[in-house]
Each structure stands twice: as C-alpha cells, then as structure tokens.
Design a protein around this ligand. Structure first.
Ligand code: PHE
Ligand code: NA
Length: 460
C-alpha cells in the first residue's frame, strides 16, 4: 500500500486539471447560493467583502491544500500520514475533511436531484406560460411544482439515485478517462450556457438596476453577520476543507506552479459567481420581484420570472442544465476524495471503491431526501429538520475545523523549506512571503472567528 514505486494516477494536462478543479469549485454555491446571499445581504458591499475574503483567506488555503496534495501524492488522510507519520494527530485534519466530503455528498446529491427534476419539467414545457397568465398565477404554478417535489419522498429518492449514479459513472472511469475527460466536456458547456444567460440578463430592462445592486456598495447594509457569511461562503465556494483540493492536487505533476493554478481556479469560480448574479438579478428586477428571496430564489423566483418571458421555457431549460452540470462536476470531486482514500490507504481497486462509496452516499442521503416529507416531524438539532441539521454540522463545523487545522499545519508546523520549493516553482519573489503571511496569520484568525461565532450562535 505504501509502496511509492506504484504508479499513481495523474492529470493528462494542465488545462484538464484546472477545469476539473474549477469544476469542483463551481457548483450550487456559485449559482444557487451566491446570488441569494448577495440578495439577502443587500448587494454591493457584501460582494466587495466577499472578494476580499476570497483573496486573503480562500486563495491562500486553496494553495495550501493543493500544496499538501502535490507534495505527498496521497489522499487527504494519507497526505498527513506521509508528512508526519502514522501516529501524528495531524491526520485528524484529513479525517475531518474526508468525513465532510462524505456527509456533504449525501445531501448535495439530493439538491442536485431537484435540478434534474426541473430539467424534466422544462422539457415537458412546464415553464411556458399560457397566454393571459399573470405573475401571481405563475408563482402559484411554480410553487406547486416545487412543493410537489419537496413533498414527494419517492420522487426525490429517484433523482438522488440517478444523480449518484451519474457521479459513479464518471468517477469509476478514473482521473484522466473519467474526471478530466468529463470536466473538459461539461465545463465549456457550462460556461457557454452561463454566457448566454448573462447576455440575456444584460440585454433585459433590469440590467442597470442589477449592476447597481451588485457593484455599488452601500456599507450601511453591512453587519458583522454579513462579513462572517461572506467568509464562510468563500470557503465553501472554493471547495476548501473537504479533501477535494488535496486530492486533486495529488494528481498534479511537478512542473506546474501552484500559485498560477490556484489563482486561475479562484478567478474562474469568482467570475462565474458574479456572472450568475448578473444573469439572475436583471430578470428578477425586470419582473419587479425582490432580490432577497432566500434559498427559494433559484427554484421558485427564477422559474416564475422565466415563465413570464417569451422563450422563457428554453431559458429555464438552459438554466437548470447549467445548475445540474455545475453540481455534477462538484459532486464528483467529493466522491473522488473518498475513493482516493480507499485506493491509497486501503489498497482497494477503483471500481470497488467507487461502487461502494456511491452506494453508501445514496443510503446516507436517504434521510435528507425524506427530510421534507416522511421525516418532516424530526428535528435532530434545535428546530432544524434532518436536512438542515446535517448541513449545519458539515458547513458550520467540519469545514472550518478542517480548514483551520490545514492552515495551522501549513503555516506553522510544516517545515518551511519544502513548501517554499513547491510553491515557488514558477512563482515570483513577492508571492511566497505574501502567501506565507496570509496562511500563518490571516487565514487561521479568520477561520477561527467563523468557527467561534457558529458555536456561539447555535450554542452547540
Ligand atoms: N464548491 C462547491 C460549490 O460552490 C461546493 C463543493 C464543495 C463541492 C466541496 C465539492 C466539494 O457549490
Ligand atoms: Na463555488
């Protein structure tokens, strides 16, 4: 198992790696969550804070994770073992991140399943408004569709099953022939779809209002909670703390500059989130609706808006395809991170590892799919349902804990020389000191504050 001469999977090209890693980063977080939290937090000032968080905290931690992966060429747990030995407590960081990937995949797949349901609806023409229907009728119609889905356990289970099967089908093909190949197909289509929807948004009546909303900061609207939310989201959106970047970094060849790769991934992720906002808000404003609709923005507000537009059903179809592709390339990174563990540390074959973990993810996701119906009466944590409780544990605790440990380890405990060599392959003079400062001081403090505030807030 620990035989270092055994040949290990590797990306076929740099662009393949960047697309795969950007595929992991670009997900529901960009297209579903970023627009609605921006809406809830009043727009411009929040966007600005978010960009600062990406640059000062997100990017440095992403580089740290890629670095650990590339240096050790092992899965997230094995990486810490290979750096610090079998008995080192640092491997807890790896365990927490793989556990996070495991938990998150189980319910991410359920939400991803909703996007598949809406694709089918769009194919059936559900977002074509019959002449004379007005906005409130359209809103009723869409919320009936969404509610019908949420109320149906079997329907959600079916989509959850289909989505996990898609992930399985890709990951089982391996790093180059599965993940890289599909990322190279799905990511350009995703970008193309987004550009279409973005242009559509910019040509609509609400374009000016949307640009003002997103880029004219009004600091009155900013409170400490919004800053924490921006920071937490910077983390989630870049796929940090879930073993994904360590694992993808472990398939990198030695030549590439980590700084250049990390920067490209972060820029793609951020650019796509901003474009998603600029695709969505103009049509929301054109229809005279509110930007602060919350989590329902994408599944409820947007379809209503579409169904009032000429050609809206096609736009809805494109939009939900975009969402599904984004979710798929993210979910495969969560599955791959766990598969890599079984392959590297337990000596499993890829096929068995992938099949086993996909089945497990399906089973563990069942309660999330039933959370809003059969299990609707259960509230494991405070007054939260099953789905929200699981999300709370993963996003509020597992991710920041693993991120904090990673930043502390790389910043303070990993001997400086090696990491320097890794990073500076291709980097210029100011990059290392700046990164080192951020990873030692800024990132741990920022992540520590998020963690502390979550603990305060929920009393857990
Ligand atoms: N980064 C993804 C998003 O923005 C979420 C994710 C995190 C996906 C970790 C995979 C791994 O939606
Ligand atoms: Na993202």
């Amino acid at each position: 198992m620990l035989d270092s001469s055994r040949s290990r999977a590797q990306w076929g090209s740099r662009i393949g790696f960047i697309l795969a890693a950007a595929g992991s980063a670009v997900g529901l977080g960009n297209i579903w969550k970023f627009p609605y939290i921006t809406g809830n937090n009043g727009g411009g000032a929040f966007v600005l804070v978010y960009l600062v968080c990406i640059a000062l905290v997100g990017l440095p931690i992403m580089i740290a994770e890629l670095m650990i992966g590339r240096h050790t060429r092992r899965d997230a747990v094995g990486a810490f073992i290979s750096l610090e030995g079998r008995r080192s407590p640092w491997q807890i960081a790896g365990w927490v991140s793989i556990l996070a990937a495991f938990v998150i995949l189980s319910y991410y797949s359920v939400v991803a399943g909703w996007t598949l349901d809406f694709i089918l609806r769009a194919l059936q023409g559900a977002f074509t408004t019959p002449l004379g229907t007005n906005t409130s009728q359209a809103a009723d119609h869409v919320s009936t569709l969404f509610q019908g889905l949420i109320d149906s356990g079997p329907r959600q289970l079916m989509w959850h099953f289909i989505f996990i099967s898609l992930c399985l089908g890709i990951v089982i093909g391996g790093v180059q022939k599965g993940i890289e190949r599909w990322s190279k197909i799905l990511m350009p289509i995703l970008l193309g779809l987004l550009v279409l929807l973005f242009v559509n948004g910019m040509l609509s009546d609400g374009a000016r209002q949307a640009l003002n909303f997103m880029f004219r900061p009004d600091f009155q609207k900013l409170n400490p909670g919004a800053v924490l939310e921006a920071l937490g989201h910077a983390f989630f959106t870049l796929s940090l703390g879930m073993a994904a970047m360590i694992t993808y970094g472990s398939y990198l060849s030695r030549q590439d500059s980590l700084f250049g790769s990390g920067l490209r991934i972060a820029l793609l992720d951020t650019g796509i989130a901003l474009m998603a906002g600029l695709a969505i808000f103009p049509i929301v404003f054109s229809a005279g609706m509110q930007p602060g609709a919350g989590p329902g923005l994408v599944f409820q507000t947007i379809p209503v808006v579409f169904s009032n537009l000429p050609g809206g059903n096609i736009l809805a179809l494109l939009f939900f395809l975009l969402l599904a592709f984004a979710a798929l390339t993210s979910a495969i990174s969560l599955l791959e991170s766990q598969v890599a563990y079984l392959i590297d540390e337990r000596g499993w074959g890829r096929k068995q590892a992938t099949a086993f973990l996909a089945i497990l993810a399906f089973v563990v996701g069942i309660p999330s799919a039933l959370s809003s119906n059969l299990l609707g009466h259960l509230t494991p944590i405070a007054d939260l349902g099953v789905f929200d409780s699981i999300d709370l544990i993963a996003s509020n605790y597992l991710l920041p804990v693993s991120g904090l440990l990673t930043a502390l380890y790389v910043g303070w405990f990993w001997s400086g020389q090696e990491e320097k060599e890794e990073l500076l392959a291709g980097g210029s003079g100011w990059i290392y000191p700046t990164w080192h400062f951020l990873i030692r001081f800024v990132a741990p403090v920022a992540v520590g504050v998020i963690l502390y505030s979550k603990i305060e807030e929920t009393g857990l």
